[in-house]
Design a binder for this molecule. Structure first.
Ligand code: FMN
Ligand code: MN
Length: 468
């Protein structure tokens, strides 16, 4: 799969995409159709007739494990955990992007005074949103001025006027780290925002890969081939050759416009009223003929964004534990109900005393866990972390509050609605060890049924008047 058009073709041929031909308004109507459809686990939606526009919008691309499997190129019946495992296994095989000469993304070019972002059907998602959002299922490309490291990150972009997009680079995110370096050099930071592309690139943009790793190289590893890129028109950033829309511009760390609020993935607005935030001063837009504008509904769980984050945050946590070379990690699950980022459950095969404690503290020290993760539960390897009834069993019968609960402090996401709006820098972290202690000489004796009696009973089952 190379681009959004391949995704549409394959999803349609496998019955995972629905075209909407009736006229739909970009103002709330489109997002509400998408949200209601996603709550029913419906198909990806291609809106072909947007009021006032003659190019389409696609939503709900990542809503189900089946569609995430299509994007990741794994069997369609894979579970979220199976897909995460594929992510972890492919991690070390980085393949850098390949430059090409000719690129469909250069089909149309709007520069300087001619730039008008209102030419694209950016939706307004929720009633109290500060406006229309141009970037939701997209990513922003930036370059580290010291090392040349190219970062891809998904940071929302609000349509402020015809050539300005509001940003919210949360402190410590890779674009924020880079922006501070440009600020020290007294230079604006060149950026490109990509709207519509191989959906894998959005997934990697929304993943918590470690600093200094390029999300492009990791996407190349999943595809088994370097991602095809071409240099942008007005800066030297590499952009995907088959991108639908490429927005080129600059962010000046010392300039601000009013941005937000936005109906976030927590199910709450990101704040009250607007906030002064940095913005992209757009210099140029290049786009394909009839560009396919891609959006995701964000908002309350569980829909498109939550499935995306359950995969991308969960997989990066798992991969980073593997990178730490901690033995015995069986699997990791970050439930989409917690947007894949507030709660993590890790199943381990214990191999030495203190192993479970090591996994708990390691989890909150990863790039993913050190930011916003609030609760980590470790269970033994007889329990699958996605099997929530069994996790509750472990929390009931193996967990002991006197022994196996620790509270730490750490960096929070400013979007966490469990904290007051004026104090969201620091969160508590709860570490729960729901394993049977490795170092106990005498362990609880599990009740097993007597095998011979079970066989005898089953052979006489119908005799007892049971159907099955
Ligand atoms: C739909 C969506 C919207 C997001 N919006 C933002 C945002 O506005 N600001 C932000 O800092 N992170 C946002 N994130 C989370 C980042 O994409 C994520 O933390 C990612 O790791 C950032 O890339 P980086 O690790 O290279 O900084 C969003 C994620 C998704 C899935
Ligand atoms: Mn990054």
């Amino acid at each position: 799969m190379k681009d959004m058009r391949d995704f549409i073709e394959q999803a349609e041929s496998e019955g995972m995409l629905h075209r909407i031909k009736a006229e739909v308004d970009w103002d709330l109507e489109l997002s509400h159709i998408a949200k209601i459809n996603e709550e029913k686990q419906g198909p990806a939606l291609l809106f072909e007739n947007i009021k006032g526009y003659n190019s389409p919008v696609i939503t709900s691309v990542c809503t189900t494990s089946q569609r995430l499997s299509l994007i990741m190129g794994v069997p369609r019946d894979s579970t979220l955990v199976d897909i995460m495992k594929e992510w972890v296994d492919k991690h070390d095989n980085k393949i850098p992007p390949e430059y090409v000469e000719d690129a469909p993304c250069k089909g149309n070019i709007m520069k300087g005074k001619d730039v008008d972002l209102f030419n694209f059907p950016a939706p307004k998602y929720y009633p109290l949103d500060g406006g229309r959002f141009f970037g939701t299922a997209h990513f922003v490309i930036t370059k580290d001025p010291d090392s040349g490291w190219i970062n891809l990150g998904t940071y929302r972009l609000q349509l402020l006027d015809k050539n300005h997009l509001g940003t919210m680079f949360i402190k410590g995110k890779h674009s924020d780290l880079m922006l501070k370096k440009y600020q020290a050099m007294k230079k604006p930071m060149p950026v490109c925002a990509i709207i519509g592309c191989d959906p894998l690139l959005f997934l990697v943009g929304a993943s918590r890969l470690s600093a200094f790793e390029s999300e492009y190289d990791f996407a190349g590893s999943i595809r088994g081939k370097g991602i095809e890129v071409i240099k942008a028109e007005t800066n030297d950033l590499p952009v995907p050759a088959t991108a639908e829309i490429v927005v080129e511009g600059e962010v000046d760390a010392d300039k601000f416009m009013e941005e937000g609020p936005f109906g976030e993935y927590t199910g709450y607005y990101s704040g009250v009223g607007t906030n002064p935030r940095n913005f992209i001063d757009v210099k140029c837009v290049t786009y394909r003929n009839k560009p396919i504008f891609w959006g995701t509904t964000v908002g309350r769980a569980v829909t498109d964004t939550h499935m995306t984050m359950a995969l991308t945050y969960g997989a990066t946590l798992w991969q980073q534990l593997v990178t730490m070379k901690i033995p015995g990690i069986k699997s990791v699950y970050c439930p989409p109900e917690g947007s894949g980022r507030f709660l993590a459950i890790i199943s381990i095969k214990q191999m030495y005393p203190g192993h479970a404690d090591q996994v708990l503290t390691a989890a909150i020290s990863t790039e993913m866990g050190a930011y916003g993760l609030k609760t980590v539960i470790v269970v033994d390897d007889d329990i699958d972390p996605w099997d929530i009834p069994r996790v509750l069993y472990a929390l009931s019968f193996r967990f002991q509050p006197n022994r196996s609960q620790v509270i730490k402090r750490g960096r929070s996401t400013p979007l966490d609605p469990s904290l007051p709006l004026n104090a969201r820098e620091i969160t508590g972290r709860l570490l729960l060890d729901a394993t049977i202690p490795y170092d106990w000489d005498e362990k609880p004796i599990p009740i097993e049924l007597d095998k011979t009696t079970v066989d005898r009973v089953m052979s006489r089952w119908h005799e007892f008047g049971f159907q099955d």
